[in-house]
Design a protein around this ligand. Structure first.
Ligand SMILES: [Zn+2]
Length: 142
């Protein structure tokens, strides 16, 4: 493989109907999380029942897409050839306004400028094979 040949990022592979809808929503550039119909508690990663009240009744709700950086790690060596073009790259854990945490990549900021509590917003990048992946960038609006 030469420097100019990259393998496209792999598409997410849903493991069951719970995360399938999450990725379908991402494919429409919608970040969504599960929300309990009985107690209104948001949750992520997708699960069968509410950790707050035990209810099995839930639905998907669109996120505002805003949060703050809780923590991050920087990958200095690609663990997969799919990501050789990106490294070193930061992977964030973001506290969303809805009260859930999500892991996603950083865009539009040098990882050396990251700070805990940095306001961020979701953006979506297309996958070569179709669909979109969520990433976070510094928030442009209040
Ligand atoms: Zn609940």
């Amino acid at each position: 493989m030469t420097d100019t040949q990259f393998i496209p990022n792999p598409a997410p592979q849903p493991t069951n109907y719970l995360d399938e809808q999450f990725w379908e929503n991402c494919a429409n550039k919608i970040l969504s999380f599960q929300c309990c119909h009985d107690c209104e508690t948001w949750r992520h990663i997708p699960r069968f029942m509410c950790a707050n009240c035990g209810s099995p009744n839930w639905g998907w709700r669109e996120s505002h897409g805003r949060g703050t950086v809780y923590t991050w790690t920087v990958c200095h060596m690609p663990m997969s050839p799919h990501f050789e073009k990106d490294f070193p790259y930061a992977v964030l854990v973001v506290d969303m306004e809805e009260g859930v945490r999500i892991t996603a990549g950083l865009r539009e900021l040098d990882y050396r400028e990251l700070k805990v509590g940095l306001p961020v917003e979701v953006i979506f990048e297309p996958l070569e094979g179709g669909g979109y992946l969520p990433f976070f960038r510094p928030r442009k609006e209040a």
